[in-house]
Design a protein around this ligand. Structure first.
Ligand SMILES: Cc1cc2nc3c(=O)[nH]c(=O)nc-3n(C[C@H](O)[C@H](O)[C@H](O)COP(=O)(O)OP(=O)(O)OC[C@H]3O[C@@H](n4cnc5c(N)ncnc54)[C@H](O)[C@@H]3O)c2cc1C
Length: 380
């Protein structure tokens, strides 16, 4: 570029600045608005959710493996075999999988056995199996079903470590200690998975309500401040929703199909074996060649290990056609929408003791209608 043209260009910039074009960028007047505000378009960056009944592509009902006294993480002897239980995570199995998997794998390693069996191939079983491999064990997973036919495949897949994880009155200092350690380990494990084809992502979650209390499935006693961003109140001029109270928190989402595929592929890549097998009785478990067995069968443990404490809490999800530009999560008292790569997940119900996995059209209709209302009333 000639010296003259260079001069003309910088002169142009200076004259623009003098005319006020850049004056608003002076340090004194620079104000950082809401992080979702686009300064160029003078508009909020809230793409509308395309929600209608004809956009529903599938419905699922999953059974959360809830234990009134919290997940079971302990050693038990079955004849000459050591069984290490790691099941009963309720609505928080995705979130806690690495943390309780770490504790269960430590118990297995302490037996001195190098060949270890893992029963179950949901998110808890796979995480446990990978951690055992990392600790030098030769691992075989035995399971009657794999993704997409496990409870883990029909979860929403968000960071929710205190959701339906224990009955509030049963929280003991010992449980709280285990839970805290599990949360911390898992939280760090998920940060290591960022950037890997978006199997784990962070996004903003807007919770809205017309009363000051926000409905939540999360324990009010179990909390680790500082993991997610502050749960901040958003003033009406900073959001487009027609609700009196709106809160925002940035949270973690797991893109379930690609996540499970990656973890299972890693397990196989590092020499793991998967055997399709159903355990009907404890004799079937006893017949395994491995002397150390980690039990990650989720709700399957109820019949197999006669656990009266374990019960299902069903949850129905409806999937809308994927919409890549819809990049935030919303929760209303009547249902939520969460963007994942395989679709927009609509959900929000929980029925204790329900074993029926048939989707109820009325539940889908309720959530779709509620979210259609939210979108129709959204300020543009
Ligand atoms: C609607 C819904 C939403 C949810 N949302 C979230 C969320 O956002 N965040 C979160 O952290 N958690 C969430 N959860 C909870 C989470 O999905 C569960 O806690 C988790 O999937 C439990 O994982 P798991 O590996 O223990 O069990 P599963 O995924 O059920 O896996 C159990 C494995 O054991 C095998 N098995 C069972 N019995 C036998 C047997 N007798 N013989 C051989 N194999 C057997 C099964 O085939 C399977 O391979 C949600 C759950 C539901 C239903």
């Amino acid at each position: 570029m000639s010296t003259r043209r260079k001069f003309m260009r910088s002169a142009g910039i200076i004259s623009l600045a003098a005319a006020g074009g850049l004056a608003s960028c002076s340090k004194q007047s620079l104000k950082y608005g809401d992080r979702n505000f686009n300064f160029n378009q003078q508009a909020f960056l809230f793409p509308k959710l395309k929600v209608s009944h004809d956009r529903v592509i599938r419905e699922t009902v999953g059974l959360r493996p809830f234990r009134k006294t919290g997940f079971r993480l302990e050693k038990e002897m079955l004849d000459q075999k050591t069984i290490i239980h790691n099941y009963g995570h309720g609505g928080s199995g995705w979130s806690l999988s690495w943390g309780t998997g770490n504790m269960a794998s430590d118990l297995a390693v302490a037996t001195g056995e190098k060949k270890v069996a893992v029963m179950g191939c949901g998110t808890v079983g796979i995480a446990t199996a990978r951690l055992l491999q990392k600790k030098g064990c030769d691992v075989t997973i035995y399971a009657k079903d794999l993704h997409p036919n496990v409870t883990s495949s029909v979860a929403t897949g968000t960071w929710s470590p205190s959701s339906r994880v224990i009955e509030e009155e049963n929280i003991t200092p010992e449980f709280e200690d285990k839970w805290t350690k599990a949360c911390n380990f898992s939280y760090n494990a998920f940060q290591q998975l960022l950037g890997l084809n978006q199997i784990v992502t962070w996004l903003d979650h807007y919770r809205m309500s017309n009363s000051e209390s926000y409905s939540s499935s999360h324990s009010s006693k179990l909390d680790i401040p500082g993991q997610l961003t502050n749960n901040e109140i958003v003033s009406p001029e900073n959001h487009p929703f027609n609700f009196e109270y709106v809160k925002r928190q940035t949270t973690i989402v797991f893109n379930i199909p690609s996540y499970l595929e990656k973890q299972l592929n890693d397990f196989l890549k590092y020499g793991g074996d998967v055997v399709i097998k159903e355990f009907k009785t404890l004799e079937d478990v006893d017949a395994l060649p491995e002397k150390c067995i980690v039990n990650c069968t989720g709700l399957g443990s109820k019949a197999l290990f006669n656990d009266d404490n374990l019960m299902p809490i069903s949850g129905q999800l409806s999937f809308l056609i994927p919409q890549p530009e819809f990049n935030y999560r919303i929760s209303t008292p009547d249902g939520y929408a969460i963007p994942r790569k395989d679709g927009i997940i609509l959900g929000g119900n929980a029925i204790r003791g329900n074993w029926d996995t048939t989707p109820d059209p009325a539940q889908t209709e309720k959530v779709v209608n509620a979210l259609m209302d939210v979108m129709a009333q959204m300020k543009s």
